[in-house]
Design a protein. Structure first.
Length: 164
């Protein structure tokens, strides 16, 4: 076996010309992985280690529990928080997936986390999930919302917003 102990003694000088080297590996790796392909790629041990150190999450199914109706008066401020139970907290996101909110109404989301101009809302979802505003359009507005939790579970709810 070739002794390489003196090869890396002077890093500042570099390795020099290595083009004439004809070294070949003539034996198996001493620390070959269980898959026989890679040093240190011991797949069996890695899977056992990963299972032991990665957290195990358990959570209940996500369910949207928002009342299915909301009534507002034209020209008067009103608000309602969309509600949920279960799921993988602590974070959820709400999305309007069907219908159109009446003029003057908004859905507070992660991207626009203000309700009535402030960040002061709290509740299960913080300021997200609030339908709020001063409607300036009368009528019945069928809406669909979807909530998504930290584990990417999704639940939907339909709500009819009536503006008198």
């Amino acid at each position: 076996m070739t002794d390489f102990s003196g090869v890396f003694t002077n890093w500042g000088a570099g390795l020099g010309d290595t083009s004439a080297n004809d070294y070949t590996v003539t034996t198996n790796y001493q620390s070959a992985g269980s898959d026989g392909k890679d040093m240190g790629a011991d797949v069996v041990r890695w899977k056992a280690l990963k299972a032991a150190i990665y957290p195990h999450f358990t959570f209940t199914p996500l369910t949207a529990t928002t009342p299915q109706t909301m009534t507002c008066t034209n020209g008067t401020y009103c608000e309602q928080q969309l509600a949920w139970i279960g799921g993988a907290g602590p974070f959820v996101q709400w999305h309007l997936t069907g219908g159109t909110l009446p003029t003057g109404m908004s859905l507070a989301t992660v991207e626009s986390c203000k309700v009535n101009g402030s960040y002061s809302k709290s509740g299960l979802t913080g300021c997200t999930g609030w339908v709020w505003g001063t409607p300036t359009q009368t009528g019945s507005f069928p809406l669909s919302f979807q909530v998504e939790d930290s584990a990417h579970q999704k639940a939907s709810v339909n709500l009819t917003l009536t503006v008198n």
